[in-house]
Design a binder for this molecule. Structure first.
Ligand code: DC
Length: 231
């Protein structure tokens, strides 16, 4: 079967990463968490006190950031920034609270999209984010857009944070998700939008396994469709 590009976009905490990770595992594809890249840039900006209103400072900082994904012994893809594993640090609330304005910057988006396109040039990739189907891979063979009720998303995120010993109250999480939804969907650069050709999946009442099964079913139909066309 021919390899395809699978773009999974949607709101924060809809299960995009878990779905994408599992789909990649089942298909033996590479998984790339594009949100992790924006989170890493945010970590760098916070630690180096980069003023996001100063485009010279932003451009200089971007040049100093080297990002790479490495697969660990458990087969899980992890993000390294300038040689350091940043997976833990980038999931903290302080990053979630600052990532949307950073990811709205044109300079940041251009640099990240260039890296993402390189990673997907050989296909066989599942990438999740906000603009993967609309901007990064507009020709992706399969585009999926995930959505879910905000309270359900907030409880899922709270559970995830708790597993990392980070206790955050539900109102704070709902507030953070709502404000990120708002900034991500209304920003000038590559706003979060469902492409017309993306399949919409509402994950409010379904489990991660059901989400994964649905995406794999769609992926297989695209792969077979591709093979049929190439014959
Ligand atoms: O998927 P996530 O919640 O880890 O993403 C963190 C932030 O990064 C999100 O609020 C918006 C931004 N993002 C983006 O602008 N474009 C992407 N392709 C992925 C994430």
């Amino acid at each position: 079967m021919r390899k395809i590009v699978i773009a999974i976009d949607g709101y924060s905490a809809c299960g995009k990463s878990s779905t994408a990770k599992n789909v990649a595992k089942e298909l033996n594809y590479r998984y790339i968490d594009s949100g992790a890249m924006y989170r890493a840039v945010t970590l760098y900006f916070l630690d180096h006190l980069v003023a996001i209103t100063n485009s010279k400072e932003v451009e200089k900082a971007i040049r100093e950031i080297q990002l790479s994904f490495r697969v660990n012994a458990k087969g899980v893809s992890e993000l390294f920034m300038n040689g350091i594993n940043v997976e833990k640090d980038i999931r903290k609330m302080r990053i979630s609270e600052n990532v949307s304005p950073v990811s709205a910057l044109k300079e940041v988006r251009e640099a990240m999209v260039a890296i993402q396109r390189k990673l997907g040039k050989d296909k066989g990739i599942v990438m999740d984010g906000r603009d993967i189907g609309s901007v990064v891979f507009p020709d992706a063979e399969l585009k999926v857009f995930l959505t879910a009720d905000i309270l359900v998303r907030a409880f899922r995120r709270q559970k995830e944070l708790l597993q990392r010993d980070d206790l955050v109250d539900i109102d704070t999480i709902v507030g953070n998700l709502a404000s990120r939804d708002q900034i991500d969907s209304t920003r000038k650069e590559s706003p979060l939008v469902k492409s017309a050709d993306a399949f919409l999946i509402d994950t409010t009442h379904i489990t991660i396994d059901e989400q994964v099964d649905e995406v794999i079913r769609l992926a297989l139909s695209k792969m077979v469709g591709n093979r049929a066309r190439s014959n």
